[in-house]
Design a protein around this ligand. Structure first.
Ligand code: CS2
Ligand code: MG
Length: 405
């Protein structure tokens, strides 16, 4: 079975997504997600100019060999653009293999390790009261885990808070240039502990609580926050600090027992190998789209299982339903699965462009048994929503110093 054609669709159902469609010489098709938020066209160029010409005519069943060919063969290894291109091809080939075998991808990985995939929902608000009311709604809807993000008093905008936007798609959808947001760690630290103290008073101790620091703190500030949050027993504190220097997490780890999660910006196992093998983290948050696809995530997951690190794939609104489906199959298979981020099934446009029947209820996803990944692309709908350049924000400290968004 040969790769006959590979197409790239860039569509904007609320925000931009890059979708790869591989077609074999006997007409079997597979989908992959190649979306890198704010750098979509760079991945399109990587695919169209440098990757696709090398794949036409190759054996579509040769998933590992094609992964190794694209990873080793580029010479300039790693990086988010390169690995997203590899990831999309990889996902599409797993999709094809499942369709040819008549099996959902999780069966090809080794079958189910659990009946369904546990999710954490996103709660946010302009005030602690609003955030917790949103969290209570998620708990009523059956979610057993909720991420809390609340506006920082004194800052115009805070990461993870929708403000006057109705959903994340509207929030991200139209930024012709990077918006500039300001950050104050002192103001944040004043609010954050109160948020979780009040959350435990209102939500009780059963619900799992999470928080995304979004790389805003230095290691010692993260250590301090982790200690302050220990009484509130978080499931994890995510992206406490940037870990280009993976040793940063030795500073955090020696001071706090609050579980740590990181990984959504990583694009190979090398970005997190030391964090995992030194047990400096508890959850690895890699995304199939950003870290090389299903083949790569399977490898990272197995490596993490040796060190008691659980898989908690990224699940933000800038990953398409194709990546979400890839995560469903990995999550339901992985013996060391932890939790899956879930921001909802998306707006009407998104559900029109990408169709699947992964069922969400009671805070869990019941993975589709459709062969392959279980997602189909409505090409007509996709083409009717053309790409619209949009950027992620940038962040500065209040004195103007560039900071981590
Ligand atoms: C966030 C993401 O969901 C998360 O954990 O860190 O929403 C992140 O801000 C986006 O993926 C950036 O594009
Ligand atoms: Mg995050």
């Amino acid at each position: 079975m040969k790769i006959d054609n590979i197409e790239v669709f860039v569509s904007c159902p609320g925000r931009n997504f890059v979708t790869v469609k591989v077609t074999t010489d006997d007409g079997v098709t597979g989908l992959g997600d190649a979306t890198v938020n704010g750098r979509e066209q760079a991945v399109v160029a990587m695919l169209q100019e440098h990757v696709i010409p090398c794949l036409i005519g190759r054996d579509a069943h040769g998933i590992e060999d094609i992964w190794q060919y694209l990873y080793r063969g580029v010479y300039w290894r790693k990086g988010p653009i390169n690995m997203a291109a590899i990831a999309a091809i990889d996902m599409a080939l797993w999709d094809i293999k499942g369709k040819v075998a008549g099996l959902p991808v999780y069966q090809l990985l080794g079958g189910k390790s659990r009946k369904a995939v546990g999710l954490y929902a996103h709660a946010n608000g302009e005030t602690i009261e609003q955030t917790l009311a949103n969290a209570e709604q998620h708990v009523r809807n059956g979610f057993g885990a909720v991420r809390l993000q609340s506006a920082v008093p004194g800052l115009d905008v805070t990461y993870g808070v929708l403000g006057d936007k109705k959903d994340y798609f509207e929030l991200q959808g139209n930024r012709p240039l990077p918006p500039e947001e300001s950050w104050s760690t002192p103001k944040y630290m004043e609010m954050i502990v109160e948020l979780f103290a009040e959350a435990r008073r209102r939500l009780g101790n059963q619900v799992q609580l999470l928080h995304d620091v979004h790389s805003r703190l230095t290691p010692i500030e993260s250590a301090r926050l982790g200690k302050l949050l220990e009484p509130y027993n978080l499931m994890f504190m995510e992206d406490a600090s940037i870990a280009e220097n993976q040793d940063n997490y030795k500073v955090i780890r020696q001071h706090t027992t609050t579980p740590l999660a990181i990984g959504e910006t990583y694009n190979t196992i090398w970005d997190c190998k030391d964090l995992i093998q030194n047990q400096l983290i508890d959850y690895i948050r890699v995304a199939a789209t950003h870290a090389g696809g299903i083949t790569a995530l399977r490898r990272i997951t197995d490596f993490a299982s040796l060190y008691n690190v659980k898989l908690a794939p990224h699940g933000a609104p800038d990953l398409s339903p194709v990546c979400f489906a890839a995560h469903m199959h990995l999550d339901v298979w992985a013996p060391n699965f932890g939790v899956q981020e879930f921001v909802g099934l998306g707006n009407e446009q998104l559900q029109q462009v990408f169709q699947h029947n992964h069922q969400v209820h009671d805070g869990m996803v019941h993975v589709s048994d459709a062969p392959g990944l279980g997602v189909e692309l409505n090409e007509e709908a996709a083409l009717a929503l053309p790409y619209k350049r949009s950027y992620l924000p940038v962040s500065r400290l209040e004195d103007g110093t560039m900071w981590n968004w």
